[in-house]
Design a binder for this molecule. Sequence first.
Ligand code: FES
Length: 84
Amino acid sequence: MPRIVKLHPTGPIKIEPGSLPADKPTWICACGLSKKMPFCDGSHKITRQEQPGMVYVYSQDGQTVVETRPDDSPGAGPAPTGGA
Ligand code: FES
């Protein structure tokens, strides 16, 4: 399920060698909703409600879905129907 988030940075985030714990895994955000980019902060949990075939637009703080619409991009699956 794709989502649209508004990001303001226009460049990379530098990670200095040795700044991460060598003995623990480090999770990099892939959902776009973390408030501690580039690291995962658990904000991705809100995406568990997302359905295949839909695009989700999140509020600036990433806490609320403000819009959903069918995903009409190439390769997108069918949008869910209203049920039986
Ligand atoms: S993957 Fe984005 S907050 Fe966890």
